[in-house]
Structures are given as structure tokens and as C-alpha cells.
Design a protein around this ligand. Structure first.
Ligand code: NAD
Length: 307
């Protein structure tokens, strides 16, 4: 593997975490300990894993965290009561409602109930609007982490052609907005985009968040492009691993150990020769997201408490 090309999200995430830890230590001097409260509804196994890693990340940085577990069949009013109680609690700096919520609940209504000053995911309409107007306050963690990766790796954005694949509220749209404010020329693609490859080939910076395994192959990528892969998928058969990572002994060992390995929306092995820089999965965008959640919680604590 050409390791000079690999953009390590892990390394940048460590830097972000180290800075957050310094901030936490400094806040402790003013008697403030940033606190993140997570609302987890139901038993979705992936959500449980994510919530567990967020709590551990808080712990490691010396931040406080609570997870509020509610049953799958909880009434909407009970979730709203909990959110209102967290809004009113002066010790709570960040509130995160783990998505997806069960289909019986109205996700928008619940996210809209979170105090925008504690909305560390940046999903509240107030924070979305502030981002759109170019005066961001709390911004979704994944696109924020990607901007930080580009900045710290010296990848200039200004004046360059950036293409984002995927228009979700969580990744695609805020990503496009951040790139636009950083003066890129931005194209946003989605499932109805015609001839996707002809659009993505225009990209000097290509960011893929479509949730489709190996959607982006070498024909989608211009020679010398920077490729950021947000997708996350589990390969659960040996054939799948061999078709995407032929002859990759290390990945095969990992698969034998764990019964699955992760991959992204980009066909990494086949795109690698064309890309100037590329993020791997795992070890790319994933670690940045949690690191930025920590940074957002510290920032929310500072703003709200005026320290
Ligand atoms: P989503 O499912 O909400 O949205 C997917 C978007 O991709 C949609 O806008 C859709 O129009 C577009 N799309 C789907 N198929 C397409 C196609 N064939 N061509 C072009 N566009 C297409 O997804 P999301 O929540 O933004 O997540 C996307 C992926 O990123 C998922 O794999 C998710 O697991 C992963 N993710 C990873 C992190 C992380 O921290 N690493 C964070 C969030 C999401």
C-alpha cells in the first residue's frame, strides 16, 4: 500500500482529542467539567456500540457523561420530557439523541426540542440556519472532522472543485455548506444524479457519503484527486473481503478473528492508484467524528457558561 497517500483520520483525531483534553483541564481550573448526555432509545446493536464509544471518549478526556436508556416502545411525550429536563439541567453541556430513533417517534420533533446551545450534533434548525448563513456555532461532527482533516493535512479548498456524493442532513448537506464557505466550487450529488461518474470525475476533492458499498470505483475518480470516504459497511463473508481486498492477508486475518471487517463507499484498492490522497476505512473519517463530538461538547460548555 502506498502509505504516503493515506490520510489518517486516526492521527488527526488524536490531535483533536489532545487539544480537547487540554481545554478540559483548563476548564477544571474554573470549576467546570463539561458533561455530555446521550439519549438512547431501543436496542439497535450499532447504536449501542456508538453510544458506548462516545461515553468512553468522554471518560478518557476527563469529561462527565450520562446515557439515558429508554425502551423501544417509549411514548413520544416521555422522550420530550427527558429532553426538556436535560435542557433545564445547568450541569448538562451537550445533548445527543442517538439516531435512528424507532419509527414510532417523530425524529424532527424530538431534535427540535433540544436546546440549540446544547445541540452538540448540530441538527437543530437554529444551528443548521446559522451554518447556512456562514456564522456556524455547533456544526455536525462528521463534516466538521473532515474539514479539520483537510486543513491539518495542508489540503487547500479555496477555488477548488469539490464534489459531495450524498445529501443527508447529517453529512452531505452540511459538508457542502462548509466547503462552500471555505470557497470551494461545490457540486452536490445524490441518488437521482444522472451519470454520477461524469460528475465525480470533475472533482479535485471528492467526498463520498452515499451509504452504498464500493459505489465509487476508478472510473469515478480523476487522476490526482483527494478522496474522502465517509461510508461504513461490514463485510461478512470471505468472498466479499476477497473481491474488495484481493490478496490482503492482514484483512483476512482480521476477518478470521472477528467474523467481519469494515469497508466504505469507495472501492479503496482500485481507486488508490488514481488518488493523490485517500482516507481508509476503518481509520479514516470514523475517529474524526467522535473527536469532534468531544470538541463540540467542550465548545458548548465554554459558550453557555461564558468561560
Ligand atoms: P443517508 O442514507 O442518510 O443518505 C445517503 C445519501 O446518498 C442520500 O442523499 C442519497 O441520495 C445518496 N445516494 C444513495 N445512493 C446513491 C447513488 N447510487 N448515487 C448517488 N447518491 C446516492 O446516509 P448518511 O447518514 O449521510 O450516511 C452515509 C454513509 O456514511 C453511511 O454508510 C453511514 O454509515 C456513513 N456514516 C459514517 C459516519 C462516520 O463517522 N464514519 C458518520 C455518518 C455516516
Amino acid at each position: 500500500m502506498n502509505s504516503g497517500k493515506i490520510l489518517s483520520g486516526k492521527k488527526v483525531a488524536e490531535e483533536i482529542r489532545a487539544e480537547a483534553a487540554r481545554d478540559v483541564a483548563e476548564l477544571a481550573g474554573s470549576g467546570v467539567r463539561p458533561q455530555l448526555d446521550v439519549v438512547l432509545v431501543g436496542d439497535d446493536p450499532a447504536s449501542k456500540v456508538y453510544v458506548g464509544s462516545k461515553a468512553r471518549a468522554c471518560d478518557r478526556l476527563g469529561m462527565a457523561s450520562n446515557t439515558h436508556r429508554l425502551p423501544e416502545d417509549v411514548a413520544q411525550a416521555r422522550v420530550l420530557d427527558l429532553v426538556h429536563a436535560l435542557n433545564a439541567d445547568p450541569e448538562v453541556d451537550g445533548i445527543l439523541v442517538q439516531l435512528p430513533l424507532p419509527g414510532s417517534l417523530d425524529t424532527h420533533r424530538i431534535l427540535d426540542a433540544v436546546d440549540p446551545a446544547k445541540d452538540v450534533d448540530g441538527f437543530h434548525p437554529t444551528n443548521v440556519g446559522l451554518l447556512q448563513q456562514g456564522r456556524p456555532r455547533l456544526v455536525p461532527c462528521t463534516p466538521l472532522g473532515i474539514m479539520e482533516l483537510l486543513r491539518r493535512e495542508g489540503i487547500g479548498v479555496e477555488g477548488r472543485r469539490a464534489v459531495v456524493v450524498g445529501r443527508s442532513d447529517i453529512v452531505g448537506k452540511p459538508m457542502a455548506m462548509l466547503l462552500l464557505h471555505a470557497h470551494a466550487t461545490v457540486t452536490l450529488c445524490h441518488s437521482r444524479t444522472r451519470d454520477l461518474a461524469s460528475v465525480t470525475r470533475q472533482a479535485e476533492i471528492l467526498i463520498v457519503a452515499a451509504g452504498r458499498r464500493a459505489l465509487i470505483g476508478p472510473d469515478h475518480v480523476a487522476e490526482g484527486a483527494v478522496v474522502i470516504d465517509v461510508g461504513m459497511h461490514r463485510l461478512t463473508t470471505e468472498d466479499e473481503v476477497e473481491s474488495l481486498f484481493p490478496g490482503d492477508e492482514e484483512r483476512r486475518r482480521r476477518f478470521a478473528d472477528k467474523g467481519s471487517v469494515l469497508t466504505g463507499d469507495v472501492d479503496f484498492v482500485r481507486v488508490l492508484p488514481r488518488a493523490a490522497r485517500i482516507t481508509p476505512v476503518p481509520g479514516g473519517v470514523g475517529p474524526l467524528t467522535i473527536a469532534k463530538l468531544m470538541a463540540n461538547t467542550v465548545a458548548a460548555a465554554r459558550w453557555r457558561r461564558g468561560v
